[in-house]
Write a protein that binds this ligand. Structure first.
Ligand code: TPP
Length: 216
């Protein structure tokens, strides 16, 4: 198996489908985005804010209604997740907001989670936490090699579930993929802004990232 395949390229559809049911821990990002897709209803507006983790979700998450997908757009401006969630819930209080963050993206604007608590704007937030900015890490490894692959892209092991609770929201930490769906349901039922911190495997990269010609 070549290095790309070993890192979890998942280009082939059967492999990608199998990984959506992976029981691995740390959790395969495909399993996380599969669980999120299963969780959505007709009234869920899905927001993605992150690097690789959102690239994975783009292959699997399918909003049930038109106009129910928001992401950083063609310029990829990270940090839009909390502001988008805030605006979407404010504009459409009848809708459920489900927002997937990378831990790097969440850290850019995450303090406004407190604003959502203060204005009583519930949403289901999920942090796909790999303690890294993986989309950047992949490119660095390709260009500069493994020895410099960790420069400037490593983040702490932050339990964003505790951050949510500290600010008055709902939080849970998930390490076992079987716990993702129940945790999402409890976040929905809490009626609060929430963050489910899901520890995902830091050593897999999204196929979309690996295919970028700028890294070759
Ligand atoms: C405002 C902004 N700053 C920097 C970038 C460059 N960038 C693209 S992906 C990425 C890393 C994202 O990390 P994370 O959200 O943790 O997602 P991961 O790739 O680890 O899944 C960065 C910094 C960007 N797109 N937007």
């Amino acid at each position: 198996m070549d290095r790309r395949a070993a890192r979890g390229g998942g280009r082939r559809l059967p492999e990608r489908l199998a990984r959506q049911h992976s029981d691995a821990s740390p959790i395969d990002p495909y399993r996380l985005v599969h669980e999120i897709n299963e969780f959505l209803t007709e009234d869920s507006i899905y927001i993605g804010d992150g690097g690789d983790i959102v690239t994975f979700s783009g292959q699997v998450v399918q909003p049930r209604s038109p106009g129910h997908w928001m992401d950083p757009g063609p310029l990829g401006t990270l940090g839009v997740g909390v502001p988008f969630a805030m605006a979407a819930k404010h504009a459409r209080p009848d809708k459920e907001i489900v927002c997937l963050f990378g831990d790097g993206a969440f850290s850019l604007t995450g303090w406004d989670f407190e604003t959502m608590v203060r204005f009583d704007l519930p949403f289901v937030g999920i942090v796909g936490n790999n303690s890294s900015m993986n989309q950047i890490r992949y490119g660095q490894i390709q260009k500069y090699g493994d020895a410099r692959g960790r420069v400037g892209n490593t983040l702490g092991d932050i339990r964003y579930s505790e951050f949510a609770k500290m600010l008055g929201g709902y939080g849970e930490e998930v390490r076992d993929p079987a716990d993702i769906a129940p945790a999402l349901r409890r976040a929905r039922e809490s009626g609060k802004p929430s963050l489910i911190n899901v520890w995902v495997d830091p050593d897999v990269y999204a196929p979309g990232t690996m295919n970028q010609t700028m890294y070759k």
